[in-house]
Design a protein around this ligand. Structure first.
Ligand code: HGY
Ligand code: MN
Ligand code: MN
Length: 412
């Protein structure tokens, strides 16, 4: 079977989808359940319908586009990713896995392949944590990793709940019905840009992901006493931002102290209240992200941060409150799915690198219900989550061919 990917159309589709954004091109901003997200979903569904796929959406808006196999009772081979994007993002994160997955299916159709196991393209709801504070909301729910009760407690910054927002977007029904039955999938393979510099630096065109790091995130609220920047003398201050600065540096030190390349920690959100130049910060909210491929090492960083919070609270006599948003286990790829990817690369004599994914992906939660693996393609300078994120048409087409070969070998 000769698989030919229509690279030109795929590139055009990526550029067309990028224009569905809350920001001006080349910036992509597509927050879950916003008008841009809903428009992008409709645009994607129309293309899946044109490809003859059977579409359904679950109660959180995960979209399933199925190419029916000859044995419709057999477990399904899944592929896909996300099309939601954080503010000031690029056009490839997630999209390569969704449009590449669609093109892989179309290429197999053109090649005359007939799957035994149905092949299903998934577009997951809210892979990014932007709106509801937790990433992979859709794949957590469909894998049963997050309960419907816990999901209904999540709200956005305006206080709107997941339930309200999803229903306004047209996704009704019981959230608990999003959980898939056991053995729904035979395997799940996700194509994604690397979001790091290794493939480009090593001049290797493909990465086969063997493990996905364990993500954790938390919100820390620091309550000082504020006051007039001129009138309150230094000994009398309870400056919440100075306390936050101590915690930020303590977090950085805790990660570096592990001495392991896979231990990373970031404070990506720092909201200062009241945020006036002549007012001592009364309250600060810190959004903290800690990851590692090794669970106990990651949790050591979380414990070190907790200790720093207690020490700073006592020393400065201020209130420090931390709320754990998620602390997930890492994922190991399944040997069979990795083998299928390796064979597909070898069939085309494509060089590849076994890799660790330090970014999390929906595959992390798909791994709780099915054998998974991921296929990475390079991105320019490793850039991602920024408008100059870039993957070449050649690399995207190459990844799509390997994905198509892999899906065919898993679905036959
Ligand atoms: O943050 C992540 O790892 C993913 O890109 N949402
Ligand atoms: Mn992302
Ligand atoms: Mn992504």
């Amino acid at each position: 079977m000769k698989i030919e990917v229509d690279g030109d159309r795929l590139s055009r589709e990526i550029e067309d989808l990028a224009k569905i954004s809350e920001a001006e091109p080349p910036v992509v901003t597509r927050i879950v359940f916003t008008p841009a997200d809903l428009k992008a979903r409709a645009w994607m569904k129309a293309r899946c319908e044109t490809a003859g796929l059977v579409i359904r959406e679950d109660t959180i808006g995960n979209t399933f586009a199925r190419w029916l196999g000859s044995d419709t009772s057999a477990p399904i081979v899944g592929t896909g990713s996300h099309i939601d994007a954080i503010p000031n993002a690029g056009r490839f994160d997630g999209v390569v896995g969704v449009l590449g997955g669609l093109e892989a299916i179309r290429a197999l159709q053109r090649a005359g392949f007939h799957p035994k196991h149905s092949i299903e393209l998934l577009i997951f709801t809210s892979e990014e944590p932007t709106r509801f504070g937790i990433g992979c909301l859709g794949s957590r729910l469909l894998s049963g990793t997050l309960s419907a009760d816990d999901a209904t407690k999540l709200t956005d910054k305006n206080g709107a709940s997941v339930d309200e927002v999803r229903k306004q977007a047209g996704f009704t029904g019981e959230l608990r019905d999003a959980k898939l039955p056991p053995n729904y999938y035979k395997a799940f393979v996700e194509l994604h840009i690397e979001q790091g510099p290794i493939l480009e630096r090593e001049r290797v065109p493909l990465g086969i992901v063997e493990r996905i790091a364990a993500p954790a995130s938390l919100m820390i609220t620091i309550e000082g006493s504020g006051g007039h920047a001129g009138g309150v003398l230094m000994p009398d201050r309870k400056d919440a931002l100075c306390a936050a600065a101590e915690l930020i540096l303590a977090l950085e030190q805790a990660a570096r102290r592990r001495g392991a390349v896979d231990t990373v920690a970031t404070v990506g959100i720092c909201d200062v209240f009241p945020g006036a130049i002549n007012s001592i910060p009364a309250r600060v909210r810190l959004g903290v992200d800690v990851r590692d491929t090794n669970l106990s090492r990651r949790d050591e960083v979380l414990r070190a941060l907790e200790q720093a919070c207690r020490a700073t609270s006592n020393k400065r006599q201020i209130v420090v409150h931390s709320e754990l948003l998620n602390a997930d286990a890492p994922a190991e790829s399944s040997p069979e799915v990795v083998a299928a990817l390796r064979q597909a690369c070898e069939k085309h004599t494509y060089n590849f690198l076994p890799m660790t994914s330090r970014a999390y992906h929906d595959s992390l939660f798909m791994s709780r219900i099915a054998p998974i693996a991921m296929l990475f393609i390079p991105c320019l300078n490793g850039y991602s989550h920024r408008p100059d994120e870039y993957a070449s048409p050649e690399d995207i087409a190459r990844g799509t061919v390997v994905l198509a070969e892999t899906l065919a070998s898993l679905a036959e």
